[in-house]
Every structure is written in C-alpha cells, then in structure tokens.
Design a protein around this ligand. Structure first.
Ligand code: SF4
Length: 562
C-alpha cells in the first residue's frame, strides 16, 4: 500500500490522479552529496554491467541556485570522486596561499594571529577556495555526460511509503492558489517510485526531517543543532582584490560576546571578488538573535570594513549549517533509503568544512547501493553497508576527533575553549566522554533578558534585510499557498508575544516575518516570496510551530556564483 506521511505538512491536492515514474535510484537534491552519489553509482553499475536508471530531482530552477557555502574545500573528497579533478576542469577560485585569525576587539581594535597561533582546525594550506555554485554546476555536467538524468525545477513534497519502507517521493503540485484552490494552470505532482531513494536535500531537509521523526532515526541525547550563516559576495578595486586573492581570514570576537558561538570569514576569490560572511549558533540564548544584524555589525568593525572600502556588493544569501557533529547524526539508512550530506549532518564544525564530507557521504552511499542493487536486496539490512563503510572511513575518523566540539560551547565561550583544549589532548574526548546536545529552540531566554542591539544602516556597506534580499535574487510564484506554515497561530499572539517578543521577526535573515511595531500584535504577516530557504525559522522558533515546506518547484533564491 502506498501512503504519504500524514505528519508531513504540505499543500498537495488529495484524491487526484497522478502520473507515475519508476526508476531504480532516485536522488532528492543536486548538491555535492547527491551528485557525487549519482556519478559514483552510475560508474559502479556500468562497471558491473547493471542496467539501472538514476534520476536526480532538484527544487531550484537551475542546478546550483540553492547552493550556498563559504567555501574553502578540503580536496580529499573530490580527489576520491575524480582523481584527475583539476585536469578535468573542476572550477576553483584559488588555492589557499595564506591563512590567519583576526580577533576583533572593542573600540575598533583587532589583533592578527598567524602560524602556530592559529588553531590547527583553521589551518587551510593545501585547501582550495571555490564557488560551490560553480563546482556543483560542473558536477551536474559530469553526471549528465554519464547519462544520468538531472531534473531541476522539481520539488519533492512528500515521501511515499509502503508501511515503513520508503518507495519514492511525490513532487510538488503546481497551480494551486493562495487560498488553496486549483487554478487553470493546475498540474498535479508525479509519484516517482524507486528501489532506493537518497535524501540529499541539504541542511534541515524537509523530507529528511519528517523521515527522521517518523522512523525515530535521530539521537535523543544529541538532537541536531545548527548555525545560520549570512554571506555576501563583493567586487573590490583591482589592486586590493589581487592582494587578497587566495587569502583566508577567519575572525573571532566582536560582535559576539562570551555567550555566542560563531565568527566570520573573508576569502579572496578570482575576478576581483571577495566572499564574506558571518555565522552564529542558533543555540544563542538571546530572543532578539538576528544573524543579519550581527553580520552588519561585523562588517562595520574596522578590522573588516577596511577590506570592503571602495567595493560594492554583488550577491547575498543565508543558510543554516548542521553543527551537531558525529553524535547528532541520524541513522543513515533504512528500508529503501539512504541520507547523505548536510541532511545527515556530514559537517566538521571545528574546521567550518562540509564539502569534502558531503562528497564522501555520496561516495559511501553509492558503494552500498550498488552492492544492494546487485543482490536485488534494498532492505535496511542490505543498505546498512553504508553505515559500515562510513564507520571504517576517514570521514568517521575526522568527525570522531571533533565529536564533542560544538556541545562544549553550550556553557559559554570560556568553558568551551577550556574543554576544546582538553579535546585536542585526548583525541576529541575532552572533559566528558559524550557531551549531550540541546535543541536550539529550547535555548531561547525570555525577551526581557535580551541584550542584543540593532545596527544602523548606511546603504553602502551596511544594507538592511530587504535590500540584501534583492541581491539574493529570490523569487516565488506569488499566487500559491505560503510555504511557511504556522501550525498554531494563537501561540504567536499570546505566549510568544509575551515571553519571547516574536523572535521570528529577528532571526529570519530575509525579513519574511513582519510584526506590527505599535499596539498589541494581532498576527504576523508572512512575506513568503522573500524566503531564501535557509530554514532558520523551522529550527529556531521556540514553540516549533513554524514548518518550512517546499514551495512550487523553481521558486527561491538564485545564488549564482556564490
Ligand atoms: Fe529562512 Fe525561514 Fe526566513 Fe525563509 S522564512 S528566509 S527559511 S528564516
């Protein structure tokens, strides 16, 4: 019997006839993990003379539009996918030529740490500065050369189950009006069925979230925790851009105090461009936590502002990052499915790196799936080879060395730094063998205790959210139901207003949630078309009444060259 998950929130029409498509392996998401999985699986099937169809679905209008990363790539994963990756033309911005850590202090001062003073996890020699957009576009071309079908503009809206076995996904209906009526343009989504479905949706994937909840795949002791990164690409005067190309500057300190976990980055790209960004942990306790405001304050610190002088912004974006590490990873597979990349928490938060781990997770899943297909057995037992391969891999070894890293900072920066020092001497153990995690949504303090302030904007280097959203290129069909579902609006205007002051108006980096500034609020206005798909609201809302679901395929940001 085919069912979709009743617990999943979606706007799919019920009782309509749907086209059905059958493939052997369906990959949901054309990011680095999904495409690496598709490419390696196809090569393995071809080598074993197994005729198998592989389909990759991507919700963005074009592959790469929803991809956002710093990004400095450790080449290890790419090297395994394509030993000749450079000769093949994998686009890189620059090899890293120098790295340092700038500690931003009060009063506009800063102090630069270099060489052995930089924490080992932030050493980047041998790594490459990339545009993940460009790399993913290149991976898509490589996949298509092998005969893999990649369909952009198809958003997977629901998981299809036979009991608890995953048998595919249903794509998002198109042509439903704001009020939920079928328009003249109505087109029902397809049921795409597969022997194996690979969830490669990226951070806080909406289908992976429902799957993890339904099958109890997550860790109760260490729920996944996240940070929100806000990024801009700048064009700089030629001389300064040339001087910064290949340089990796990380920052610590301002504007965060001792309670917040996070920091900034400045990476020198090619073509006179600079990647800058700031990331903050969503376990920050302040009810007015505003990642965009912190980013603006960070840009205004003279230690950062000096790099932007005479330049102009080209692009803006925001995205969450899974910080929880090894202990927060869900079970990686089950009957008929695997979870890869950010959706499964493949990220080393101490190194601020995930691309190499995402690629590796795709490779490991591909090996397990190829073996399962050859045996005609895609049960949880057969696919558990994926976990076995991961446990024996360098990816596990790397994540094991930082298994307690992020959790150590829950007690504040000072305690965290002390524990991390002990972790470095004890192979990642630290002061406690397994530090438990906390749900980000449960860390928020009452609004009366808020200390964070808002920045002043100068409309030159310091833009407000709406101006920045323009630079994200985000567009959605306006006449469709909101893809931000508030499941209990009463809580918003009663308890949330009283206790937390409606934090959604602060933490969303795209000004989607608008609350009246005068009088007692009677409800939130949701500007869904601004949404940049970062998922912060789905994670950080203290009552967990905001559900992010996929909008019509093709909607969302256009992170070209990000
Ligand atoms: Fe991010 Fe949610 Fe705002 Fe969209 S509405 S930009 S997912 S916080």
């Amino acid at each position: 019997m085919t069912t979709s998950d009743a617990k999943q929130w979606s706007w799919q029409a019920r009782g309509v006839e749907r086209e059905e498509l059958e493939v052997d392996v369906l990959i949901v998401g054309a990011g680095p993990a999904g495409l690496a999985c598709a490419i390696d699986l196809k090569r393995r099937c071809d080598a074993a003379k197994l005729e198998k169809t592989i389909l990759v679905l991507e919700k963005a209008e074009e592959v790469g539009y929803h991809i956002l990363s710093g990004a400095v790539m450790d080449p290890r994963g790419m090297q395994e996918l394509f030993p000749d990756w450079k000769e093949r033309g994998c686009p890189i911005e620059s090899p890293v030529v120098d790295d340092c850590l700038d500690v931003l202090l009060g009063g506009g001062r800063w102090s630069r740490l270099k060489g052995f003073l930089v924490p080992p996890t932030l050493h980047n020699h041998g790594n490459y500065i990339i545009s993940l957009y460009r790399v993913v576009r290149w991976l898509k071309d490589e996949a298509e050369k092998l005969g893999i079908e990649v369909y952009p503009g198809f958003a997977a809206a629901e998981v299809l189950y036979d009991e608890n076995r995953v048998i595919g996904v249903q794509t998002r209906d198109a042509g439903i009006s704001k009020s939920g009526e079928k328009k003249a343009t109505f087109q029902p989504g397809m049921n795409v069925k597969a022997a194996v479905t690979v969830f490669a949706e990226g951070t806080r994937g909406s289908l992976a979230k429902g799957l993890i909840e339904r099958l109890g795949l997550g860790s109760a002791e260490n729920p996944q925790s996240y940070g929100t990164g806000v990024k801009e690409i700048w064009e700089l005067p030629e001389e300064r851009a040339a001087a910064l190309k290949g340089h990796v500057i990380h920052t610590a300190g301002m504007p965060l105090g001792l309670e917040g976990y996070g920091g900034g980055w400045i990476y020198g790209l090619s073509e006179n461009r600079l990647s800058i960004g700031f990331v903050v942990g969503l376990d920050h306790p302040d009810a007015k936590l505003d990642p965009h405001a912190l980013f603006v304050q960070w840009k205004q610190h003279p230690g950062v502002a000096q790099h932007l002088e005479g330049g102009k912004v080209l692009r803006y974006g925001a995205k969450t990052i899974p910080y929880g590490g090894y202990f927060a990873m869900p079970k990686l597979q089950g009957d008929g499915f695997c979870i890869v990349g950010d959706s499964a928490g493949f990220l080393n938060s101490a190194r601020l790196k995930g691309v190499h781990l995402a690629l590796k997770s795709g490779l490991l899943a591909a090996e397990a799936i190829a073996e399962a297909l050859a045996k005609n057995d895609t049960s949880a037992h057969a696919l558990s080879r994926y976990t076995a391969l991961f446990e024996g891999s360098w990816a596990k070894a790397e994540l094991w060395r930082v298994r307690n890293f992020h959790q150590a900072f829950h007690g504040g920066l000072v305690k965290g730094a002390l524990d991390v020092g002990v972790q470095m001497l004890t192979g990642g153990r630290g002061l406690v063998a397994r530090r438990k995690g906390v749900l980000d949504a449960q860390t928020t303090r009452k609004v009366a205790e808020s200390k964070l302030t808002k920045p002043q904007f100068d409309d030159r280097a310091s833009m407000d959210k709406l101006t920045d959203v323009y630079w994200s290129g985000s567009v959605h069909e306006e006449d469709q139901p909101s893809h931000l579902i508030v499941t209990d609006p009463t809580v918003c205007v009663t308890r949330c207003t009283e206790e937390y002051g409606n934090p959604c108006q602060h933490f969303c980096p795209a000004a989607v949630y608008e609350w009246p500034t005068e009088g007692r609020p009677t409800g939130v206005r949701i500007n869904a078309s601004n949404c940049v798909h970062c998922k912060t609201c789905d994670i950080a809302d203290p009552y967990q009444v905001i559900q992010w679901v996929v909008p019509e395929g093709g909607g969302g940001p256009k992170y070209i060259d990000m």
